[in-house]
Design a protein. Structure first.
Length: 202
C-alpha cells in the first residue's frame, strides 16, 4: 500500500478539526492520528494549578512514540495509538489499534516542530486563524468538554498558550506547503486541497 501522510497544524482553536473532518468526508480511505493522544501524563494538574505543567511546549508530547506509530503506518503496518483523558490529564491504560489506509491525517499543535515527523509528511498544512477567534473557541471547548472554569482557561491562555503559540507554532508556518486562512470554512483553499489530496491518493 502506498500510504500518504498529511500533517495539519495551527494554533489551539484554529479550526484544524474542521479541516480534518472535510478531508475525511472527501476521501473515505483515510484515518486520523491526533497529536493530542500523545500528551504525557500530568495527573497532578487541576483548575487550581493549571499552569504547573506546560501543555503548550514540545516537551509535553511523547514525540518518540508518535514517530514510531507514524513510521509503522507509513510502512503499511498497524500501530497501537495511546488514548488521553483530558479531564484528569493522564494517559489511559487502553490503546487503540490503528490500521493503515491510503491517507493518514495527522493533526496537532507541534507536529511541524519535530524535524523527524516533518520529514515523514507528504503534505504540510497550516491553519491560520485570528487569535481572538481561537481564544473564544478554546474557551468554549475547555468549559464544555474538559470541566474547566473560565478563570483557569484565561490563566492558562495568557501564561502558557499564547507564549507557546508565538514560540513553537507560529514559526512553523514557514514549513507549510499550504496555508489555509480560516480553516475549513475557506472554500477556495479547501477545493485546492481536495484536488491535491485526490492527486496523491487516487
Amino acid at each position: 500500500m502506498d500510504v500518504k501522510l498529511i500533517g495539519i497544524t495551527g494554533g489551539s482553536g484554529s479550526g484544524k478539526s474542521t479541516v480534518v473532518r472535510r478531508i475525511k468526508e472527501a476521501h473515505s480511505e483515510s484515518v486520523l492520528v491526533s497529536q493530542d493522544s500523545y500528551y504525557k501524563s500530568a495527573p497532578f494538574i487541576s483548575n487550581d494549578n493549571i499552569t504547573a505543567y506546560n501543555f503548550d511546549h514540545p516537551d509535553a508530547f511523547d514525540m518518540d512514540l508518535m514517530l514510531e506509530n507514524l513510521t509503522d503506518l507509513k510502512n503499511g503496518k498497524p500501530c497501537m495509538m495511546p488514548q488521553y483523558d483530558f479531564v484528569h490529564h493522564r494517559r489511559l491504560d487502553e490503546y487503540i489499534k490503528v490500521e493503515p489506509k491510503k491517507l493518514i491525517i495527522i493533526d496537532g499543535l507541534m507536529i511541524f516542530y519535530d524535524e523527524r515527523i516533518r520529514d515523514l509528511l507528504d503534505l504540510k498544512l497550516y491553519v491560520d486563524t485570528p487569535a481572538d477567534i481561537r481564544f473564544i473557541r478554546r474557551l468554549q471547548r475547555d468549559i464544555a468538554e474538559r470541566g474547566r472554569t473560565v478563570e483557569s482557561v484565561i490563566e492558562q491562555y495568557t501564561k502558557v498558550v499564547r507564549p507557546g503559540h508565538f514560540n513553537f507554532i507560529e514559526p512553523m508556518k514557514e514549513y507549510a506547503d499550504l496555508i489555509i486562512p480560516e480553516g475549513g470554512y475557506n472554500e477556495s483553499a479547501m477545493q485546492v486541497l481536495f484536488s491535491f489530496v485526490h492527486s496523491i491518493c487516487d
